[in-house]
Ligand binder design. Structure first.
Ligand SMILES: *Cc1c(COP(=O)(O)O)cnc(C)c1O
Length: 358
């Protein structure tokens, strides 16, 4: 069975040597040495000021909302993974869905109404499939309306915008290090910010608000990453060049073979793809369903990222009509992409897509 992605497994001997160190020290969690090493190495690799490692990408978002005092309503995109909106809901913040640009698949700054901007306390844009949002526009809007900006950058690992890490925009960005992501720590995530005070606040919040053996400075939770996860991150980070090159090889093949048959995401012209996903957009949902069915018959399991459009979920609200998001969500399919994926599989995928697109 070929899935849309496969967790990257680093060299097992290398991982075991880290496990040996953990057994020798007996230090399993709570800002251990491996976690601290991974934070330093990631800050260097990503070229960012502060990396706060946390238990997962969802908690990274929740901690950011808490640390920034976001309350009431927040504007976000309906075209994303469920966690973007559900983390807001979970923190008692009502998501206001605004529509996307049908070519970039990102939240469209022009769709943000004056009324919604006035009633919100934050904007939570997503760099969908790693493609940078219009970060300068959001900076301007945030200044004008006094809004906080948290980027859900779960897909944007290693992405640059005008030569600078895209993770350094807004008040903070969050990334996910789940096993299925470009870079992973089994489960995990991080908060990235150039604001030292905010980083310190997040570190406090992820450890129950505890600041010393006998001091508790306010409310907190447990969102810590452990040493065995950090060890996985150290091993995967060693191989990140290979991982990206392999993904690029596969994406280039799909793009070359399919660009005359399906629509391809329009990438931000100041940035380059990190090849985290291989999305293709059909003209209609019927073709997508036919392709999906035929792929499944061949034991190839693509994923409908992201379907449904989040404004259609009952737990949120159906009051928002987001035409572009609903349309793209119904027609988009993510193809298998991961290191070492067999070219025979890619050829099969391409031939099935071509067969149903007329
Ligand atoms: C994966 C993902 C998350 C959640 O990250 P987890 O580590 O799985 O909690 C949040 N937002 C987006 C856009 C994602 O793709």
């Amino acid at each position: 069975m070929i899935n849309v992605t496969k967790a990257y497994m680093p060299n097992v001997e290398k991982y075991k040597s880290y496990v040996d160190k953990v057994f020798e020290s007996g230090w399993l969690t709570n800002r251990g040495v491996l976690l601290q090493e991974l934070e330093r190495r990631l800050a260097t690799y990503l070229n960012v000021k502060n990396v706060v490692l946390v238990a997962n990408g969802s908690l990274a978002l929740q901690i950011c909302y808490k640390a920034l005092g976001i309350k009431g309503k927040a504007i976000t995109t309906p075209f994303s993974f469920a966690a973007t909106a559900s983390t807001l809901n979970w923190e008692g913040i009502e998501p206001i869905f605004s529509d996307i640009d049908p070519l970039t698949f990102n939240l469209c700054p022009d769709s943000l109404s004056h009324e919604n901007l006035q009633s919100a306390s934050a904007i939570v844009p997503v760099h969908v499939f790693g493609n940078p949002c219009e970060v300068e526009r959001y900076e301007e809007i945030a200044r004008k309306y006094q809004l906080k900006v948290v980027y859900d950058a779960a897909h944007a690992f290693g992405v640059q915008w005008k030569g600078k890490s895209v993770l350094e925009f807004g008040n903070a960005s969050t990334v996910s290090f789940h096993s299925t992501k470009l870079f992973h720590t089994i489960e995990g995530g991080a908060i990235i910010t150039d604001d030292d005070e905010l980083a310190a606040k997040c570190r406090k919040l992820i450890n129950f608000g505890i600041t010393g053996p006998t001091t508790i400075e306010g409310q907190g939770t447990n969102a810590k990453m452990n040493e065995l996860e950090a060890a996985m991150g150290l091993c995967v980070l060693d191989d990140i060049g290979y991982i990206v090159t392999e993904r690029q090889r596969i994406w280039s093949y799909y793009e070359e073979m399919l660009r005359d048959y399906v629509a391809i995401q329009k990438w931000n012209e100041n940035s380059e793809n990190n090849f985290a996903y291989a999305p293709i957009l059909f003209n209609n949902e019927e073709t997508l369903l036919n392709v999906e069915q035929e792929l499944k018959k061949n034991n190839i399991i693509p994923r409908r990222y992201f379907y449904p459009s989040l404004n259609m979920c009952e737990y949120t609200s159906t009051r928002y009509h987001c035409m572009n998001s609903e349309s793209v969500a119904s027609r988009i399919l993510c193809l298998p992409i991961y290191p070492n994926l067999d070219m025979g599989v890619c050829e099969k995928v391409v031939s099935i897509v071509k067969k149903f697109v007329v």
